[in-house]
Design a protein around this ligand. Structure first.
Ligand code: BG6
Length: 479
C-alpha cells in the first residue's frame, strides 16, 4: 500500500450525507487502523461560517452511537474546517493552504501526498467545484501521490444532462481519478455475487435461459420520502433506486465471466450487459405513488413522480434471451427489504406432481439480515412418500457470528484510498444506464405515463403483482 501524507477533504461537510454517512465511515476506518493519525488529516469544507469545534460538535453525535470514547475524541482532533463558497477561488485557496500546511508538517519531504476530495454536495455544484479543485487544490508534490474525487448520484436527470456533466468533469479529471459511488456496490452480498457465480461449479451450468425462468431484483422501504420530498420529487424512484442500485445488481447477476478479477475486466462485462438491453415496453411497466405523498409541502400538488415502480428488463443475448428481469422498487411499502430472487423453471416430466408447492428458487437477501437460501423440494419426513418445499439456508448472522459486516460507505471509501475502481461506476457504464431509462423517464416527465395511487404500508398497486405473474413469476410459499 502507498504511504505518505493523506488528506481527505469532505466538501459539503455540514450537510446530511457527510454527517450521517461520510464522517461515520471515516471514523470506522480510523478505529480499525486504516487511517493512521501520523499520516491522515481530514478537512471539512462548506459555506457555513463555523469553527473547527463547531463542526466536530455536529459530527460527534453520529460517531460510535453517540458515545464519547477516547477514539472519538482522537478522531475529531484530526478534523479541521475551512469555510468558503463552491465557486470562488478565495475559499479554495484557503483550503489548499490548509492542506499544504498539513503536508509540510507531516512528511512531504519523505513521501508522496495524496488528496481525496469527497463530494457530499448537490450535483449542480460539481462542475464549479471540479474547476476550483483543478485550479487551486491539486497535489503538487514532486514525490508522487495523487488527487482523486469521489462523486455520488444523481449524475444528471437523463442521458443528455448526464453526458453534459460527464464531459464537464471529464475535461478536468481523468477517468482513473474519478470515483462514482453507488453505495449498493459496497454491500456485502452484492460484493459476494461474483464469487458466488464464478467460484461455484454448481451455478455455472445452471445460470442461463435453459434453467432460469425469471429473475427479480427488489427494493422495498417501509417509510416514505420524509424530509426529502423536494429532492425526491425531482427524481422519482426510477432515478433514485432502479437506474443505479438495482441496475448495478442486475449487471453482476447477468454478466459473463470476466477475463480476470481486474476492475477493468469486470466493468467491461457489466457494460456489455447494459448495451444488450432491449427498450422497455410501456405495457411492462407499472408505476405507483403512495397516498399522502403530495401532502409534503415541498412536493407540488400535481406531482406525477412515481414512488413505486415495477418493470421488466430484457437482455438480448445468448444467455438471457426470453428471461424477464423484473425490477421492483418502492417507498412506503409494507416492509424494508432488498433481495434478488432467481426462479428456476419447472421440472420436466415431474413424477411427484410437486409443482404446485413451488419451484426451485435461489434468494439472496442483501438486507436486513444478510442471507442466501435455496428453495428445494424434499421428501416430507415420515412414513408417507410425499413432498414438501424446504430451504437450504445460509443466514449470515448465524453462520458468521461475531463477524462485523462493514458499512457500504466504509468499504468504498477505503477502495478510493487504495485506488481500486472495481466497485465504482465507469463513465461508459453510466451512459449505457441512462440510455436504457431515458425514453421512459421522458414519458413520465411529460405526464404520458401516470403512477397508480397505493396505500402506504401496502404491497404497492395490485397491477404490479399482475405484471409479475404475466412475466412468469410463480408465487412461492413465504413470499
Ligand atoms: C439512496 C436513496 O441512494 O439509497 C434513498 O437515495 C434510499 O432514497 C437509500 O433510501 C437506501 O439505501 P439503503 O442502504 O438504506 O438501502
Amino acid at each position: 500500500p502507498e504511504t505518505g501524507c493523506l488528506s481527505i477533504i469532505v466538501l459539503g461537510a455540514s450537510g446530511d450525507l457527510a454527517k450521517k454517512k461520510t464522517f461515520p465511515a471515516l471514523f470506522n476506518l480510523y478505529r480499525q487502523g486504516f487511517l493512521q493519525s501520523n499520516e491522515v488529516h481530514i478537512f471539512g469544507y462548506a459555506r457555513t461560517k463555523i469553527s473547527d469545534d463547531d463542526l466536530r460538535g455536529r459530527i460527534r453525535g453520529y460517531l460510535s452511537q453517540g458515545k464519547e470514547t477516547d477514539e472519538v475524541s482522537e478522531f475529531l482532533q484530526l478534523i479541521k474546517y475551512v469555510s468558503g463558497s463552491y465557486d470562488s477561488g478565495e475559499g479554495f485557496t484557503l483550503l489548499d493552504k490548509a492542506i499544504s500546511e498539513h503536508e509540510i508538517s507531516k512528511n512531504s519531504t519523505e513521501g508522496s501526498s495524496r488528496r481525496l476530495f469527497y463530494f457530499a454536495l448537490p450535483p449542480s455544484v460539481y462542475p464549479s467545484v471540479c474547476r476550483m479543485i483543478k485550479s487551486y487544490c491539486m497535489n503538487k508534490s514532486d514525490l508522487g501521490g495523487w488527487t482523486r474525487i469521489v462523486v455520488e448520484k444523481p449524475f444528471g436527470k437523463d442521458l443528455a444532462s448526464s453526458e453534459q456533466l460527464s464531459s464537464q468533469i471529464g475535461e478536468l479529471f481523468d477517468e482513473p481519478q474519478i470515483y462514482r459511488i453507488d453505495h449498493y456496490l459496497g454491500k456485502e452480498l452484492v460484493q459476494n455475487l461474483l464469487v458466488l457465480r464464478f467460484a461455484n461449479r454448481l451455478f455455472l451450468p445452471l445460470w442461463n435461459r435453459d434453467n432460469i425462468d425469471n429473475i427479480q431484483i427488489v427494493f422495498r422501504e417501509d417509510f416514505g420520502t420524509e424530509g426529502r420530498g423536494g429532492y425526491f420529487d425531482e427524481y422519482g424512484i426510477i432515478r433514485d433506486i432502479i437506474q443505479n442500485h438495482l441496475l448495478q445488481i442486475l449487471c453482476l447477476v447477468a454478466m459473463e465471466k470476466p477475463v480476470s478479477q481486474k476492475p477493468e475486466h469486470i466493468r467491461d462485462e457489466k457494460v456489455k450487459v447494459l448495451q444488450s438491453m432491449l427498450p422497455i415496453k410501456d405495457e411492462e411497466v407499472v408505476l405507483g405513488q403512495y397516498e399522502g405523498y403530495k401532502d409534503d409541502p415541498t412536493v407540488p400538488n400535481n406531482s406525477n413522480t412515481p414512488t413505486f415502480a415495477t418493470m421488466v428488463l430484457r437482455i438480448h443475448n445468448e444467455r438471457w434471451e426470453g428471461v424477464p428481469f423484473i425490477m421492483k422498487a418502492g417507498k412506503a411499502l409494507n416492509s424494508r427489504k432488498a433481495e434478488i430472487r432467481v426462479q428456476f423453471k419447472d421440472v420436466p416430466g415431474d413424477i411427484f406432481r410437486c409443482q404446485k408447492q413451488g419451484r426451485n428458487e435461489f434468494v439472496i437477501r442483501l438486507q436486513p439480515s444478510e442471507a442466501m437460501y435455496m428453495k428445494l423440494t424434499v421428501k416430507q419426513p415420515g412414513l408417507e412418500m410425499s413432498t414438501v418445499q424446504s430451504e437450504l439456508d445460509l443466514s449470515y448472522r448465524q453462520r458468521y457470528q461475531g463477524v462485523v459486516i462493514p458499512e457500504a460507505y466504509e468499504r468504498l471509501i477505503l477502495d478510493t484510498i487504495r485506488g481500486d475502481q472495481q466497485h465504482f461506476v465507469r463513465r461508459d457504464e453510466l451512459k449505457a444506464a441512462w440510455e436504457i431509462f431515458t425514453p421512459l423517464l421522458h414519458r413520465i416527465d411529460n405526464g404520458e405515463v401516470k403512477p397508480i395511487p397505493y396505500k402506504p404500508g401496502s404491497r404497492g398497486p395490485a397491477e404490479a403483482d399482475e405484471l409479475l405473474q404475466n412475466a412468469g413469476y410463480v408465487q412461492t410459499h413465504g413470499y
